[in-house]
Design a protein around this ligand. Sequence first.
Ligand SMILES: N[C@@H](CCC(=O)N[C@@H](CS)C(=O)NCC(=O)O)C(=O)O
Length: 269
Amino acid sequence: MASPSKPSEALVLYDIHTSAACAPNPWKSRLALNFKGVAYSTIWVPLPDITKVRRALDMPPCHKNADGTGYYTLPILIDPNTNSKIGDSFDIAVYLQKTYPDHGAGDLFPPQKLDFIFDRWSFSKRKDIEYGDYFDFDAQVEAAFTAYFALTMENLPLHPATAEATKAEYVSRAGLTSWDGFKMRQEERKKMSKSLHGMLGELGNLFSRNTSGPFLLGRQVTYADFIVGGWLRLMSASLPENEWEEVRACHGGIFGQLHDGLEKYAEVK
Ligand SMILES: N[C@@H](CCC(=O)N[C@@H](CS)C(=O)NCC(=O)O)C(=O)O
C-alpha cells in the first residue's frame, strides 16, 4: 500500500444521519481522523439506506444478523490517495496508523495494559493480530455498552427526515409492535442505570491507574480512549440529561473528564 507523507485529497467518512452525531463506531473513526489531523469530509447516510450505500460501494457487511443475512454498518472510510475503502472502525484506525504513522498527534496504539473483561465468554485474546490488545478492548467495551443500549433508545436523536423509517426498522428488529415498546418503566431504568454504573466502575479502574490526566495513559491520548469516548458520545446525545450527568460524575468524574478531554478531537467535519 502506498504511504503518502501528506494526503493531497481529502478522505471521506460515512456516518449515520442523526440530528446530533451519536453513532459510537463512526465516532471512534472521527476521533482517530481528527487525532491524525488528515483532511476529510463526512457523508451522512440515513440508517435505512446503509445497506444500499454499502452495497453500492461494494463493501461486504462485517457482521451477520441472527437469520444469517448481512448486517450492514457504518463507518466506512474512503481514502482516494491510496485508493482504499475500509468498512470497520477498528480496521480504519489500523489503516490510519499504518498509512499516516507520523501524522497529527502520532501513535494511536502505544503499548498499554487493557485488561477490561466484561464478557469472559466471548473474550478472544487476539494476541495473534497486530494491536490485538486494542482489538480485544474494543470488543469488550462494545459488549459492555451494548448491554445498556436500551437506556439510550427512547431519546436517540433521530433525524426528522428519516425518524419514522428508522423507528420502524428498530421496532421490526426487536420484534416489537411499536416504538413505545422501547419505553422503560422507571424502576426498570433505575435498575439498569445502577448496573451501568457498576460496569463503569470496572472500566474506570483502568483509568485510575494513571491519574495525571483524563486518559488511560494520563495525558497521552490513545485509540483506547477513543473506543470508550465513542460510547460516551452516544450517551451524551441520548441519555436523559440527569442520567448523563450521573455518568459524567460517577466514580470520581472519570468519564466526564474523559469526555471533556476528548473534545479537542471531536470536531464534526
Ligand atoms: N464492527 C463494526 C460495527 C459497526 C456498527 O455496529 N455500526 C453501527 C453504528 S455504531 C451501525 O452502522 N448500525 C447500523 C444499523 O443498526 O442498522 C465497526 O466497528 O465498524
